[in-house]
Design a protein around this ligand. Structure first.
Ligand SMILES: Cc1cc2nc3c(=O)[nH]c(=O)nc-3n(C[C@H](O)[C@H](O)[C@H](O)COP(=O)(O)OP(=O)(O)OC[C@H]3O[C@@H](n4cnc5c(N)ncnc54)[C@H](O)[C@@H]3O)c2cc1C
Length: 385
């Protein structure tokens, strides 16, 4: 529905804004006349970090490849196979982008076929769901055209563990990547950023959020933001440790925060509404894939691709998060040595990064380290006047 804004509504709004401004300046004037300090500085609501506020501890294994994600197509016997896996610490962020690039790779193959094609998507995390939805949008030929086959469904995927802040960080190592990868990566970042913007709102659990990068060294301000500075909006630099948690240099910008439980359920719902089918199944070997009835297969199995496709470059990077009771008043997130993301289902504290560690058990020492680091950050917060 479109809202029509009338001239009188605008005038009324201008009037109200004027009234508020006049009111605010008179209060300031009055305060100044009376010799009162009028505090115009920004205040951040404190995150209440305490052991007894931890509602859950979660561990996830990021599907990491130093050389970056794999988005490529190959012949697989009589079938056409497209890979879309290995997104490291940025799988949610990149999801629409790599889904779009991988669906594009099937275009030429599909033009050679006369009859409507059925697609198999392996995996029901964020990569599989985004790929399946794009296939439905581009090639829907009736119910059952796209089938997702997966061992685990939301909420039991790595995608549900993600902090789910929009930023394509921790996805590759600079010296190892190819020029082709960088081209794909840059394209994926842009496609995905735009796609998430269109999903902002409570229905998909996506919202804009002020992000603060808390820094000790001025040189860090020069670092280009991952994916390109143009993907982060309204960037500002603050040199005001009193306001910004005691940190002398802070870069602030707007990015997006995604609620994985809401978001993944919404994608799954959209997939079903469009006639999609889900089969719970674990593939133990490639021979089983060859027996699928679908001629086109998209592999979105995340870390599962290591065993299924024998990709030894794909390794787990373990991440542990501590989730505190929700605090709806927290309207910012920050990054320092770790991160704080104020999701609706809880305040997410994390940032651990353990290469080649398959353990899914929470580590109590890491838990203490995470909590202590954030208690320290909160000590730098100036109390509200
Ligand atoms: C602690 C932590 C914090 C993170 N924070 C962020 C963040 O802030 N932002 C961000 O963008 N990303 C973040 N990530 C990264 C993100 O979670 C991953 O990159 C992303 O979830 C990968 O999605 P996926 O769909 O490829 O894999 P998954 O979510 O792992 O899904 C894989 C699917 O394939 C299925 N599967 C696997 N093997 C088989 C098989 N043999 N047979 C059948 N099915 C199979 C699984 O059951 C599942 O359905 C974080 C990750 C962790 C662990």
């Amino acid at each position: 529905m479109q809202t029509k804004i009338t001239t009188s509504a605008i005038r009324r709004r201008d009037f109200l804004r004027g009234a508020v401004q006049t009111g605010a300046s008179s209060v300031a004037l009055l305060a100044a006349r009376r010799g009162l300090a009028f505090d115009t500085k920004r205040h951040f609501a404190p995150v209440k970090v305490a052991r007894n506020r931890v509602i859950r501890e979660v561990v996830g294994l990021r599907p990491y490849r130093a050389a970056g994600f794999v988005v490529e197509a190959q012949r697989f016997g009589s079938k056409f196979l497209v890979h879309n896996y290995g997104h490291g610490g940025a799988g949610v962020t990149l999801s629409w982008g790599t889904a779009s690039l991988s669906v594009d790779l099937a275009k030429d193959f599909l033009t050679t076929r006369k009859s409507p094609t059925r697609f198999a998507v392996l995996g029901c995390g964020v990569s599989g769901l985004s790929t399946a939805l794009l296939l439905q949008r581009r090639y829907q030929n009736g119910p059952g055209t796209v089938t997702i086959y997966a061992k685990d469904l939301p909420p039991n995927t790595t995608s549900n563990v993600a902090g789910a802040w929009w930023s394509p960080t921790s996805a590759y190592e600079e010296p190892v990547v190819t020029a082709r990868f960088i081209e794909q990566f840059r394209a994926a970042c842009r496609i995905s950023n735009r796609a998430f913007q269109l999903l902002v709102g409570p229905e998909y659990g996506v919202r804009w959020i002020d992000t603060l990068e808390l820094m000790r060294h001025e040189a860090s301000l020069q670092r280009e933001l991952t994916g390109g500075n143009d993907l982060y909006y309204q960037t500002e630099v603050h040199r005001d440790p009193d306001t910004y948690f005691g940190f002398p240099f802070v870069r602030e910008y707007k990015s997006m925060l995604i609620e994985p439980s809401i978001y993944l359920s919404a994608l799954l719902r959209d997939f079903y509404i469009a006639g999609g089918r889900v089969v719970v199944k674990e593939f133990k070997s490639r021979a089983e894939l060859a027996r699928l009835r679908e001629p086109v297969i998209f592999n979105c199995t995340g870390l599962g691709s290591r065993a299924l496709f024998d990709d030894k470059d794909l390794t787990p990077v373990r991440g542990q998060i501590e989730v505190l009771l929700p605090q709806p008043e927290i309207d910012y997130c920050y990054l320092s040595s770790g991160y704080m993301f104020p999701r609706r289902d809880g305040i997410v504290l994390g940032g651990t990064w353990d290469h080649d560690d398959w353990s899914l058990a929470p580590n109590p020492e890491q838990a203490n380290g995470i909590l202590e680091a954030h208690i320290e950050i909160m000590k730098g917060l100036r109390p509200a006047a």
